[in-house]
Write a protein that binds this ligand. Structure first.
Ligand code: NAD
Length: 239
């Protein structure tokens, strides 16, 4: 295994599947039960805020019960021990990377343990149910609190930082994502453009699998620790 200097890791719902959190587009996934235009768009929120609050209140309650799995742990170990830069960019709104010990995670689609005030745009830690009657802890106005989640049609967070990390990466690893949702689905092309080695770790070939140099298919709790182990073998700071 070569010594990579700048690794970018993109994670998706498949990483947290074995922690008991549902994926989106799989057969029994979230979009099989809900129409994403009702619960994950600004228009859906304007039409029926109660449904959207309940959807994320349910997901927040499930998220609070979930624990990181062996794949989250392997990635945290990689970030803490690898002799090089390891950027973790996640589409997941759970906090399982952090609970596993990762210290620097970019949540491009937001975090369900935070609420956003539409009046003052403050993001506040939030572990309780959200509703329209709540007051923002920052500006104290009522009625503007919504999940701190990026909905379809909204701009993902921290795209400048992600673009900078991709522009200098020499290894790009995509884990547990179906390659359906842009801009994340385009990261493999951006990494390829700068000459990075690209690897997909997923249960099955994703829609963008043919764009990767290397693919390993199987459950995240198996393929991720195995791949991370091979990276750390020669390149750990204190292994
Ligand atoms: P997805 O459900 O589309 O894909 C999950 C992938 O994980 C699949 O390819 C599947 O084969 C794989 N997988 C399933 N179990 C696995 C396992 N045990 N090990 C390894 N892989 C496994 O999820 P995604 O790609 O993360 O979806 C893209 C993003 O769309 C989501 O992360 C979500 O953030 C996003 N999105 C959601 C909302 C919302 O809910 N509000 C809004 C906008 C965008």
């Amino acid at each position: 295994m070569p010594r990579y200097q700048n690794i970018v890791i993109l994670t998706g719902a498949g990483l947290s599947a074995e922690s008991g959190l549902a994926t989106f587009r799989d057969k029994d996934g979230i979009w099989a039960k809900y129409d994403h235009s009702d619960v994950a768009t600004p228009e859906g929120f304007a039409r029926n805020p109660e449904l959207v609050y309940e959807f994320y209140n349910m997901r927040r309650r499930e998220g609070i019960k979930a624990e990181p799995n062996a794949a989250h742990q392997a990635l945290a170990t990689l970030q803490n021990k690898y002799d090089g830069n390891v950027h973790i960019v996640t589409q997941n709104i759970d906090n399982l990377h952090e609970l596993a010990g990762a210290s620097n995670v970019i949540h491009m689609h937001g975090e369900m343990a935070k609420a956003m005030c539409t009046h003052c745009e403050a993001r506040s830690p939030w572990n309780e149910n959200l509703s329209a009657s709540l007051k923002c802890p920052e500006c104290e106005l009522i009625g503007g609190m919504r999940p701190n989640v990026v909905w379809f049609g909204e701009m993902p967070y921290r795209m400048d930082e992600i673009a900078a990390a991709l522009a200098s990466c020499d290894l790009f690893i995509s884990i547990g994502t179906s390659g359906n949702v842009y801009p994340a689905a385009g990261f493999v092309a951006a990494a390829t453009e700068v000459g990075a080695h690209t690897v997909e770790l997923n249960l099955e070939p994703s829609d963008t699998a043919s764009q990767f140099n290397d693919t390993h298919h199987g459950p995240a709790t198996e393929v991720v620790p195995a791949y991370v182990g091979s990276l750390l073998k020669n390149c750990a700071v204190d292994a």
